[in-house]
Design a protein around this ligand. Structure first.
Ligand code: NI
Length: 254
């Protein structure tokens, strides 16, 4: 059994056939799905989905691209205390789309990191063109736990984040033929820090590249990692599922 540790079932891309998508994940061995929050409306939608589907869990957070949204910490804490909310995220710094608001992004990022320590919840980190900036923030904290989601930097950066206690999330891009950076990372990194994800509806793995991604395709990510490591898919599924349980503690005591 596999866990898709990062997907956005709460986007309009899944409005029409959400039920079928979740069932298809099931038949492809995906036993749990974590639906990731990004902004106020998406957070609410994630909370609605976890009410309806036992196998779906949620995270709540404000993504750096939504830095201008109002940040209501009281509401946030209330949402984060719900039993099936397993992490804060996704949060971080994104210097791909907008570069001139770094201070605001860091401020929002830190507020949510503080909250993760206060509530003892892991964080889902979004990193884009911002490895150094994120590292500089994270290293000022102690006791954080979380995952660097859909990690696309090299093994040297991965090691630095693992040294801070973080897991590395690997998704569809590892299946892309020319993506030697991620293939090398997956070959060399310790398996006990590896999580699998899809980031659906984005970043579909081969042979679905460019189309809508969905949690069922986590299986393709697991197969690729297994091939790279010379292990079976079952072994990779088992290891990454254990890792996910260790980090997210699904429905356990908060
Ligand atoms: Ni995402």
């Amino acid at each position: 059994m596999i866990i898709d540790t990062h997907c956005h079932l709460n986007t309009t891309e899944f409005d029409v056939d959400l039920h079928d998508v979740i069932m298809r994940a099931n038949t492809n061995g995906v036993e749990k799905i974590i639906c990731i929050g990004m902004y106020k409306e998406a957070n609410l939608k994630a909370l609605d989905i976890i009410e309806r589907y036992d196998q779906v869990y949620a995270t709540i957070g404000i993504h750096p691209s939504y830095v201008s949204e109002s940040y209501d910490e009281t509401l946030f804490i209330e949402q984060l205390k719900q039993k099936k909310v397993v992490a804060i995220g996704e949060i971080g710094i994104d210097l791909y789309w907008v570069k001139d608001n770094l201070d605001l992004q860091i401020e929002l990022f830190k507020k949510q990191l503080d909250l993760s320590l206060k509530l003892n919840l892991p964080v889902i980190i979004h990193l884009r063109n911002s490895a150094q900036e994120i590292y500089d923030v994270l290293k000022t904290y102690q006791g954080l736990k979380g995952v660097m989601h859909c990690f696309s930097e090299d093994i040297i950066w991965a090691q630095k984040f693992m040294d801070l206690g973080f897991y590395i999330g690997i998704g569809g891009p590892v299946t892309f033929k020319k993506n030697l950076v991620t293939k090398t990372l997956v070959k060399e990194m310790p398996l006990d820090r590896l999580l699998v994800e899809t980031d659906s509806p984005y970043l579909a793995p081969s042979p679905h590249r460019g189309k809508r991604n969905e949690p069922a395709y986590t299986k393709l990510v697991v197969e690729e990692i297994a091939a790279l490591r010379g292990l079976t898919s079952e072994e990779i599924a088992l290891i990454t599922t254990e890792n996910a349980h260790r980090l997210f503690n699904f429905g356990g005591n908060k």
